[in-house]
Design a protein. Structure first.
Length: 103
């Protein structure tokens, strides 16, 4: 099973207690349901390793389950946001591939 997705999503901020903010994208529900069904061997915090492309930026990271949305969230590194000139509130096109062992 190939767990690869292309979608558009809005970047949002999660604020910590201090001045630090984290930028995230929430995966579409349909993708999250399929990922949850096929990729059962998750790591710490329920994370899964993924390969991501936004614009000309390609990187490996992890997605994490989000109880609030019932989906998974993808953190966006500062280096990617700067390279792609994107910020919270922007809608971006994303290619995401989940790396998992089906056994």
């Amino acid at each position: 099973m190939d767990l690869s997705y292309r979608f558009e999503a809005e970047i949002w901020l999660w604020h910590t207690d201090g001045a630090t903010s984290w930028h995230f994208i929430t995966l579409p529900q349909e993708a999250a349901e399929e990922i949850r069904f096929f990729a059962r061997n998750r790591k710490g915090f329920g994370s899964l390793k993924v390969d991501v492309t936004i614009g000309g930026s390609h990187w490996s990271t992890s997605i994490f389950p989000d109880k609030k949305s019932g989906s998974f969230v993808l953190p966006l590194k500062k280096a990617v946001r700067v390279a792609e000139s994107i910020t919270a509130g922007d809608t971006v096109s994303i290619s995401l591939h989940v790396r998992y062992d089906p056994d």
